[in-house]
Design a protein around this ligand. Structure first.
Ligand code: ADP
Ligand code: 5GP
Length: 201
């Protein structure tokens, strides 16, 4: 029976660099699975159904919610987002670590339901850099960018609720810090003590 995997929850303002950093962490940790969320928002150019998100209608989303299929869900800038429950349980039971990229309300729901979840807040170095990254990404209109910056202030206030904070100045450094957090969590005494105990039998 493999050890249960770790559930890692990553939050941070839109444009903080979550997708960029997650790509690097996944490259470094092949055992890590990414939880694919359901969303009612429209796909951005280049986004792939079933890889980036499951793009669903409002009706389908509400159906998933009513059936208890979502571990958590939230509305964010006018769209619904939710985490399918079943794949997460399966991966954790098989000993695979799972990474969730979800916003702050959803992260709080996961922590309440599964206190063993490890929560990490990814912050931009400052709000001006965040604005530049949103402009540079080129996926949002100036009005949407202003909305996201206002939302970012609200989210930064909640950083103190997380187990860890990582600043995304250099993406390679941020990714290696996240990977280090996962490694440290897997070395916790509660998870490792049985390896000592069998030596004493
Ligand atoms: P999020 O997933 O948090 O919304 P993205 O990963 O899409 O953010 O990043 C937003 C923009 O900032 C992208 O254009 C990305 O290439 C850029 N970016 C991300 N991290 C860094 C970094 N450390 N330094 C410079 N640019 C970055
Ligand atoms: P985006 O539209 O930029 O992909 O994501 C917007 C926000 O929704 C991000 O903060 C992202 O972390 C969050 N998000 C993505 N999937 C989920 C989810 O399943 N649940 C919750 N609560 N938030 C999500």
């Amino acid at each position: 029976m493999p050890d249960r995997g770790k559930l890692i929850v990553l939050s941070g303002p839109s444009g903080a660099g979550k997708s960029t950093v997650i790509q690097r962490v996944r490259a470094a940790r092949p055992n890590l699975r990414f939880s694919v969320s359901a969303t009612t928002r429209q796909p951005r150019t280049g986004e792939v159904e079933g890889e980036d998100y499951y793009f669903v209608s409002e009706l389908r989303f509400l159906e998933m919610l009513a059936r208890g299929e979502l571990l958590e869900n939230a509305q964010y800038v006018g769209n619904r987002y939710g985490t399918p429950r079943a794949p997460i349980e399966e991966h954790l039971n098989q000993g695979r670590d799972v990474l969730l990229d979800i916003e702050v309300q959803g992260a709080a729901q996961v922590k309440a339901a599964m206190p063993e979840a490890v929560t990490i807040f990814l912050s931009p170095p400052n709000l001006e850099t965040l604005r530049q990254r949103l402009v540079q990404r080129g996926t949002d209109s100036p009005e949407v960018i202003e909305g996201r910056l206002q939302q970012a202030r609200v989210e930064l206030l909640l950083a103190k609720e997380y187990d860890y904070i990582v600043i995304n100045d250099d993406a390679a450094v941020a990714a290696s810090e996240i990977s280090a957090i996962i490694t440290a969590e897997k070395c916790k005494t509660a998870d490792r003590i049985q390896l000592i105990e069998v030596q004493l039998q």
